[in-house]
Design a protein around this ligand. Structure first.
Ligand code: C2E
Ligand code: CA
Ligand code: CA
Length: 640
């Protein structure tokens, strides 16, 4: 009996099936589709063998049984064609679209099967050569061709959605079928189709579906690409999962070598693999993503993890002391981000964005190692993202504006200065206030560009007005904490002033104390360079939060600004009054000028004058004004 090819094919597929089932799989839908395709191809080859056996023994069996077995085999071939089509479709559509799109194909395959069963078939036996022919066989070729062309059209039309490897694998698979079918069509003694089917499955397996392809062998878990594919499926098919992302903390990275952090990660991976229903992925950098079927499983595992491994930082935080390390391994500082439900996020991109935002926020903090992605956190991240977009658009479309709040100089009885305050003009014409977007810009690396834009606008303002006539001696410009740590800050700012031909003497930069504690050395270098060119500095928000007196001694500041809250407290609290009074005295003793901020009422103004404050700023005179209004304000007020 000429069934050697088929038996060989069967052997190949049994090996593939065994390996596929034996290996660790992620649980992707495409894996299921592959398994289905493999099993149906095996059934088809089995039917092929049975049909040859039937023809070989046609004398002993009834005619209808012979027809049935031969026709079942060719119908099987049509269904393999159908599988090729649905297989390439898995990458193109979401679950619902997939079912909708494949329904048509299923109906066509079913109709074709009925037609094939109804058409007559003939058998040829010539010594050891056996083959079938007749309308039934021609119809089979036609039907298989329909699916083939359909599949190729799909691959070409949706080539962007189908992963390159899947396209390659599908083409290799189809190519083998077509070659075998053509050979068999013109030389019908060569029964190659069944065997070619098994070779096609082997190509699919090797190129695409070998579960080994998803494994990071260094760590013994799935790798980043597998995580992406898995998450894409979760979102595409709206599956709910809980995910724990664990990163060896940025702040301590310098102290933990790559080798030892890899070792920690491997220990963790081994531990997670002991839990049921858990998938572990090694992400880029020193990060693991662990997928749980639900929130309960994740919480349970997370508390068990803290019992099993010793994380010093947890104890420091929770109990204010170090717990006894009772022989457990000490693990380096790790940031845990817990996603209780993947479906809280709209898609994978949003999930990545949320992860990045939380990582950026927490990786350098000393007080927080665990963050839960709940509705509140998501809301915050989404609105921040919106603000980031708003800032970028405003920068690109020149909607960053500078308002000026006049500052009154007591001795001269004139408005000799102003504070430049940034605004973003939204597309609808309304204004976005800096309190909303400055902190976001500081976190997202946009503050440098905003700061430079403000400096540009301030210089343009100074350049385009007769400062002498307006009575402007200098302008105050805010400098963010983050900018203070920028090495080339002084060069950039001096370059802007030079380009606009502005004497640096006109610029006073306001800095806050937090700026100094973080990047004191860089700030000092910047300050000294700018001061040499004529720029002066003042200390903003004095009396707000952590006021360091030694800061006033260390930093070359020319003046200080009393925080609005201090100015207010002065009138409400005797103690505060005394603090303000001695601050004023101290500033003068140190040869610094003093600005009182947030003066809103006449009584406050008079008291500040009484106390010999040098400059006064506040709504009592004016709110921050757009450029033209500020100039008009000066023109009307300076005369008097
Ligand atoms: P700040 O530097 O302390 O600026 C003073 C803030 O107090 C301004 O708010 C001003 O409008 C407000 N203010 C002034 N006088 C009064 C008053 O009498 N009563 C009340 N209730 N408020 C008064 P604004 O413009 O919303 O700015 C908020 C903060 O945003 C600023 O606080 C500053 O920290 C930051 N900022 C503003 N412009 C820039 C900038 O160009 N760069 C940087 N890095 N930060 C800026
Ligand atoms: Ca300020
Ligand atoms: Ca201030």
């Amino acid at each position: 009996m000429p069934i050697h090819n088929q038996l060989c094919g069967m052997a190949v597929m049994i090996v593939i099936l065994y390996m596929f089932l034996y290996q660790k799989r992620i649980g992707l839908y495409t894996e299921m589709v592959f398994l289905r395709t493999l099993v149906i191809t095996m059934i088809c080859v089995t039917l092929d063998i049975l049909s040859i056996v039937a023809i070989w023994n046609r004398e002993q069996i009834p005619g209808w049984l012979l027809d049935l077995s031969c026709k079942s085999y060719v119908v099987g071939l049509v269904w393999v064609g159908y599988l090729a089509l649905t297989y390439v479709m898995t990458d193109m559509y979401s679950e619902q679209e997939y079912y909708r799109s494949t329904r048509g194909a299923t109906i066509i395959a079913a109709l074709e099967s009925v037609v094939i069963y109804c058409l007559p078939i003939a058998y040829h036996v010539d010594g050891n050569v056996i083959y079938t022919e007749g309308p039934c066989i021609l119809m089979t070729y036609l039907c298989a061709m329909i699916f083939l062309v359909w599949t190729i059209v799909m691959i070409v039309r949706h080539r962007r959605q189908i992963e390159f490897k899947r396209r390659l694998a599908a083409i290799a698979w189809i190519g083998m079928w077509v070659t075998a079918a053509l050979v068999q069509f013109f030389n019908n003694q060569l029964l190659l189709v069944g065997f070619a089917g098994s070779l096609g499955m082997m190509a699919l397996y090797c190129i695409l579906e070998n579960p080994e392809n998803n494994v990071d062998h260094k760590f013994g878990c799935f790798h980043t690409h597998a995580l992406n594919a898995y998450l894409e499926q979760c979102y595409g098919r709206k599956e709910r999962k809980s995910i724990l992302i664990l990163s060896i903390n940025n702040r301590l990275r310098r102290d933990v070598s790559i080798e030892s952090s890899d070792e920690y990660l491997r220990k963790l991976i081994r531990w997670f693999h002991t839990l049921p229903d858990v998938k572990v992925f090694k992400n880029i950098d020193r990060e693991l993503a662990i997928v749980f079927p639900d929130m309960t499983a994740m919480s349970h595992a997370f508390s068990k993890l803290q019992e099993t491994f010793y994380y010093d930082h947890f104890y420091n935080l929770a109990r204010g002391d170090r717990a006894v390390n009772d022989g457990r391994d000490v693990f380096p500082e790790t940031l845990f981000i817990l996603f209780p439900d993947t479906q809280l996020m709209a898609d994978m991109d949003e999930m990545m964005m949320v992860h990045q935002a939380l990582y950026a926020e927490h990786c350098n903090r000393v007080d927080s190692f665990v963050c839960y992605v709940n509705d509140a956190a998501l809301k915050k991240i989404r609105s921040e993202n919106q603000i980031v977009k708003e800032i970028k658009d405003a920068l690109a479309e020149d909607r960053v504006e500078v308002f000026f709040q006049p500052i009154y100089e007591v001795k001269q009885d004139r408005f000799s200065s102003a504070e430049a305050l940034i605004r973003i003009r939204k597309k609808d014409g309304s204004l976005l206030s800096p309190g909303l977007f400055i902190p976001v810009a500081e976190m997202n690396g946009l503050i440098e560009r905003l700061g430079e834009r403000v400096m540009e606008k301030v210089c343009m303002f100074l350049k385009s007005h007769d400062l002498e006539a307006l009575g402007i001696h200098y302008l105050e410009v805010n400098l963010s904490v983050v900018q203070c740590g920028q090495r080339n800050l002084a060069d950039r700012y001096l370059e802007i002033m030079r380009r606009h031909e502005i004497d640096p003497y006109y610029i006073n930069l306001e800095i806050t104390e937090t700026g100094t504690t973080q990047s004191k050395k860089t700030l000092l270098a910047n300050m000294n360079r700018l001061i040499r060119e004529g720029v002066s500095f003042s200390l903003d928000d004095f009396g707000n939060g952590q006021s360091n007196l030694d800061y006033m001694i260390d930093m070359p500041v020319a003046g200080m600004k009393l925080d609005m809250n201090m100015t207010r407290a002065y009138f409400e609290d005797l103690k505060a009054k005394m603090v303000v009074q001695s601050t004023i005295r101290m500033a003068h003793d140190l040869d610094m000028f003093l600005v009182a901020e947030g003066v809103e009422e006449k009584e406050q103004f008079e008291e500040m004058v009484e106390q010999k404050v040098d400059y006064i700023q506040g709504y009592y005179f004016s709110k921050p004004l757009p450029e033209n209004d500020y100039v008009a304000f000066l023109q009307s007020r300076q005369a008097g």
